[in-house]
Design a protein around this ligand. Sequence first.
Ligand SMILES: [Zn+2]
Length: 231
Amino acid sequence: MINSHIHLDFDSVKSPSKTTTGIIVPSTGKDNWDNVISYCTNDNNCHFALGIHPWFVDNHQMLDLYSLEVLIEDEKPVAVGTCGLDYIKVKDRNKQRYFFDEQVELATRFDLPLIIHSVKATEDVSVLLKSYSKSRGMIHAYSGTLQEAEILMKMGFIFGFSHNFSNPHAYKLHDIVKFLPLDSILIETDDHNNSDELIEVAERVAKIKKISVEQVIEKCEENTCKLFNLT
Ligand SMILES: [Zn+2]
């Protein structure tokens, strides 16, 4: 079982459960790039991504994008991220858009997938991604609408589902999973510290899709390996 998005470098996040066979550890910005890299050193099942999260664009300058580019070239992350747009938490939309645009450009140049955070900004995220025909990746902890998911799916993007989704009352998200093909679904625990949550998410997908949990785990593992080019 692969966890497609877990902040294992955070002190608040415990180790993944024993049944977890692989993890993707995204970064949030320059302050933890070195941490995620060293966390995954000497562990073939741990893969890091490098990026600047929209929550932290205020701590970054344009020059940091150059450092990110150099680091991507030297350290070979499996993805660029987390990056994206958050119109609830971050007021400065222009700065967010600038940093997101630059990171999409970097990802396409290095032929890497993106790990995208999008909150109340999915329409703008889609428009920006559309302007880069080679962009690909995952929208992690998806929170947009069904219509927006359909647009992104047609563009080849896939979707991560996390603890919000395993809530039995998250009807909107459940409808989205019902609509999406299993090929477009990833499971994750993000910054939550309960390692059993990954299986809870898989169980909820299985229930909605009316298939076995094993099938969900196997397919989501395959989807993660394909997207991040894991061998
Ligand atoms: Zn995250």
